[in-house]
Write a protein that binds this ligand. Structure first.
Ligand SMILES: Nc1ncnc2c1ncn2[C@@H]1O[C@H](COP(=O)(O)OP(=O)(O)O)[C@@H](O)[C@H]1O
Ligand SMILES: [Mg+2]
Length: 338
């Protein structure tokens, strides 16, 4: 279980002035600028959920995870992970969490992966049966044997990331934080990581908080999404609820006889105010319409009335489009969760 209450993190950064005189000036004037990386983030995640923490670059995701894992102390506000305040009780918190930062390693750089695992086993005092069960799982899903006796520093990024994810889960943590865990991985390796996370969640009820730029990761793993923008949570709910906030919906249909495709497109655009239509592959027509103006029922009614439909699908709104619209909003304009 993860709770964040009005979490704020500010960084003081030295203001640099351009040019030589400017940099000399800072020696004396010491002007600081405050960067508000996390601006009052609140959310609650029950145990066992797999949540995506989504936001544009610089939205404050990594900083939030650093506070939740005890690496950083919040400027104000508070958080609880497994009932503990991470930055006050770092050691006890560490026993119950796993962390992967895609940009940074937790493995021993000069040692082969199996040695790192043996050290982690000691640190966490992992019982034999748990260690054996987990090693068997990783061997199968992540092909750890192939890593052999190569020191971590010589591994490819893909090999290292697989080992990182495995290492974070080795002690059966109740919560795992994955910050860009598939960065640099090819599709096959991404899928192996996704499967591992899903398997561990299904078997052990591990809570997952994931950030990723890969929409595929998010849809393959997560059942909840938190969207942060300008350091604030602007949406929390299921993926389906997030997608439902899309202001444009689409429907793709196929028909027989009747109007030519050009006539069909013209008819749709003429009658459905605000809609745009176009031919896509195989003579099908794709209609995009404003969700506020037309209901699904009205659009379907229109199509049934004017076309002898042979097929009709309504693709889910595109996550990237939905996110782009959210990011484009000004700071402080909150979305009411649906
Ligand atoms: N140690 C730091 N000192 C100063 N600014 C920082 C530091 N860490 C992060 N920031 C700033 O805080 C903001 C949020 O960063 P981060 O949490 O890394 O975002 P994200 O992970 O969402 O891309 C960015 O503007 C970043 O430049
Ligand atoms: Mg980050």
């Amino acid at each position: 279980m993860i709770v964040a209450e009005n979490l704020v993190k500010e960084f003081k950064v030295l203001e640099r002035r351009p040019g030589l005189l400017g940099s000399l000036g800072t020696l004396f004037s010491r002007e600081y600028r405050v960067v508000r990386a996390v601006a009052g983030v609140s959310f609650e995640l029950p145990a066992g959920v797999k949540a995506a923490y989504i936001g544009a670059n610089g939205a404050g995701k990594s900083t939030t995870i650093k506070m939740l894992t005890g690496i950083m102390r919040p400027t104000s506000g508070r958080c609880l992970v497994n009932g503990l305040e991470p930055y006050r009780e770092r050691r006890r918190t560490a026993a119950g969490i796993g962390v992967v930062f895609g940009q940074r390693s937790q493995l021993w750089w000069d040692l082969p992966v199996p040695d790192s695992f043996r050290i982690l086993r000691r640190i966490h005092e992992i019982p034999d049966p748990v260690y054996r069960r987990n090693m068997a799982r990783y061997r199968q899903l992540l092909d750890l044997d192939a890593l052999g006796s190569t020191p971590v520093r010589q591994l490819s990024l893909g090999q290292r990331m697989r080992a990182e994810v495995a290492a974070s889960l080795l002690h059966d943590p109740a919560v795992v934080f994955l910050d860009e865990p598939t960065v640099g991985l090819d599709l096959v390796l991404k899928e192996a990581v996704r499967e591992l996370v899903n398997q561990v969640n299904a078997e052990l009820g591990t809570t997952v908080l994931l950030t990723s730029h890969d929409i595929g990761d998010i849809t393959a793993i997560c059942d909840q999404v938190l969207v942060v923008n300008h350091g604030e949570v602007v949406h929390q709910g299921t993926m389906h609820e997030l997608l439902r906030t899309a202001d444009t919906r689409a429907v793709v249909f196929e028909y027989r006889d009747g109007p030519t495709p050009e006539q069909a497109v013209a008819l749709v655009e003429d009658r459905l105010d605000g809609a745009s239509a176009g031919r896509i592959d195989g003579g099908r027509i794709k209609v995009e319409y404003p969700a506020r103006r037309w209901s699904v029922r009205q659009v379907m009614g229109f199509l049934l009335e004017h076309f002898d439909l042979t097929d009709c699908v309504a693709p889910e709104p595109d996550l990237e489009t939905v996110l782009r619209r959210i990011y484009a909003r000004r700071a402080g304009t909150r979305e009411v969760p649906v």
